[in-house]
Write a protein that binds this ligand. Structure first.
Ligand code: SF4
Ligand code: SF4
Length: 552
């Protein structure tokens, strides 16, 4: 049943809307459009006096109403929604609450993203915080595609959770009011880019090449979809555009795309090989910004990472962009590759030259965070010394957790362990993997697993639980140590049952599954202290011995 069908019976009640903020007018309109009269508004903020012809009352007025005739609809979204609900429950008005909320995430409400050869709400599966995400494939033309997308979006307001969202930690109760699109993310994969960053597969995989005939119609289609959304008033005036990844300055139909979106604020991810005047105009006119991942502080490292000798040219372009607005300078830390003292000193000089006061630190997601930890600390220390700040993005930790970890490191006895490890990674990269970055990544993973397992007592029999084909990287690392892991195609529980009597340690490959298997083992009378959460290890900062002591 749709929400519109469901609320018909509200006509028999006196309806009061709680909340005079952003959702108030859209809520009023939605209810009126469906033939439901609103009696008045209440709000805790006594500075808001009225909405259209309605006076805003203090919530206490609700206590004077006949409860059996009254229904209160809370207009704000989570988390304000929750605090108002608690307030009304404390006022003894439980029976009067009526929820028009449905389960969704912020992205579903206001996001329209252009990804792969499909469109969608979010980049959850790319960002690593959820395994799947809802996608809406291209249909025959732009209009059919966007209408299909909008209809599925509307179904969410009728409480149908899209396929792909189940289990996502970002689902929250939201209200359906005021749902214009406020973020448009243009992240075309397959992408076009002239750089050859060693950590990126855009230039190595022909499937991702824009010139591939299969993908050539998409840039035009995305422009037509934006034009359709504009014409039908679906885009909020304050809509924010994100152009990432791929290189906007050489994208087919780039001029038309930049013209169609020229009135909106935007973030452009660019390699800055080229200076684009339309981007500069948007920086000045709309306060838009660019985000440039320089990943180097020296000419030599730039060439190694980006594949071209264009360090000076990029710096010249950055100086030109800086005349229009400040921007984000990003540094993707590759342990042992771009974290030498000369690179750190170089990037600090560049920040000063560009009059930017912070560096956007990142690390490569194909490398365990624990491997990138020491270089991150090195960067942070140098930035602090120069009174510069940093911004560190990872979906796995909050910024305050990262700060805590860094402080912990500075007071930690484990520093020498990390310093030594980082130096040896640099040597390994230079001597064995200079032209094989994928090989280097695999080496880093195997090395982390090896270091951990070598700290276990000699003679312990170790098994990896779960489906081997889903855990190839772990399997490769573990096999290298000569450990037996022959459990093809079994669930975690099945594989535990199969080996529980002849193994000492059980490796659990995925952190999100750890709690479930722990409960299972305990329910069978087993010892859950023998379960090793290997993903937790990859994202922990403890040296292997202390990690094992605290987690086994
Ligand atoms: S997968 Fe998660 S973030 Fe993406 S649309 Fe669904 S609930 Fe939102
Ligand atoms: S600039 Fe971006 S898209 Fe281009 S190769 Fe580098 S990481 Fe890939």
């Amino acid at each position: 049943m749709s929400l519109a069908d469901e609320i018909v019976h509200l006509k028999n009640f006196k309806i009061v809307l709680f909340g005079a903020g952003n959702n108030a007018k859209p809520a009023l309109k939605y209810l009126n459009d469906n033939g439901i009269e609103v009696a008045y508004f209440v709000d805790n903020d006594r500075n808001i006096k009225n909405i259209e012809a309605y006076t805003i009352h203090a919530p206490e007025i609700l206590l004077t109403e006949n409860k059996s005739d009254l229904r209160i609809i809370i207009t704000p979204n989570f988390p304000t929604y929750k605090s108002i609900e608690t307030q009304l429950l404390e006022m003894g008005l439980r029976e009067c609450l009526y929820s028009t909320h449905f389960l969704c995430c912020d992205d579903m409400l206001d996001h329209f993203g252009y990804y792969d050869d499909s469109i969608g709400f979010c980049c959850a599966s790319f960002s690593g915080f959820h395994r799947t995400r809802p996608v809406f494939p291209y249909l025959d033309n732009a209009e059919a595609t966007i209408i299909d997308f909008l209809q599925k979006r509307k179904a969410i307001f009728d409480r149908v959770i899209p396929v792909g969202c189940a289990g996502c930690s970002r689902l929250r109760p939201h209200n359906m009011f005021g749902c214009k699109i406020k973020i448009i993310n243009i992240s075309p994969y397959p992408a076009i880019c002239q750089a050859k960053c060693i950590y990126c597969n855009v230039h190595t995989n022909p499937e991702y090449n824009y010139k591939n005939a299969k993908h050539s119609q998409y840039p035009k289609m995305i422009i037509e979809m934006i034009q359709y959304l504009q014409k039908n008033n679906f885009i909020d005036d304050d809509c924010y555009f994100i152009f990432a990844p791929a290189e906007i300055t050489i994208m087919p139909h780039k001029d038309l795309l930049l013209d169609v979106t020229s009135k909106y604020k935007a973030k452009f991810l660019t390699n800055a090989f080229l200076f684009e005047p339309k981007i500069a105009d948007s920086m000045k006119k709309n306060n838009s910004i660019i985000n440039v991942s320089l990943d180097s502080g020296t000419k030599e490292t730039f060439k190694l990472i980006k594949g071209y000798d264009l360090f000076e040219k990029v710096l010249t372009n950055l100086k030109k962009y800086r005349e229009y607005n400040a921007f984000e300078l990003k540094y993707n830390i590759l342990p042992g590759v771009n974290d030498s003292d000369s690179d750190i000193e170089g990037i600090i000089e560049i920040l000063k030259l560009l009059n930017l006061d912070s560096l956007h630190l990142s690390f490569e997601y194909n490398i365990p965070l624990r491997t990138a930890f020491y270089p991150i600390v090195k960067f942070v220390a140098k930035l602090k010394e120069n009174e510069l700040s940093f911004y560190f993005h990872t979906p796995y930790y909050t910024p305050s957790q990262i700060k805590d970890f860094i402080e912990l490191y500075f007071n930690s006895e484990s520093s020498s362990y990390y310093i030594e490890k980082n130096n040896s990674l640099g040597e390994i990269f230079k001597n064995e993997y200079l032209n094989d970055y994928n090989g280097y990544r695999e080496y880093v993973y195997r090395n982390e697993i090896k270091e951990l397992l070598e700290c276990l007592d000699v003679g312990k029999k170790i098994v990896l639980l779960g489906k081997i084909h889903k855990n190839q990287r772990l399997v490769a690392g573990i096999k290298q140590l000569g450990i037996s892991i022959q459990l093809p195609d079994l669930t975690l529980e099945e594989s535990y049952d199969a080996v529980k009597d002849n193994a000492d340690i059980f490796i659990v490959p995925e952190r999100r599954l750890f709690k479930g298997i722990k409960q299972y083992v305990e329910s069978k009378g087993g010892d859950s202290k023998r379960l090793l959460d290997i993903e937790k290890y990859f994202y922990s900062f403890e040296p292997p011995i202390s990690f094992l002591k605290n987690n086994l």
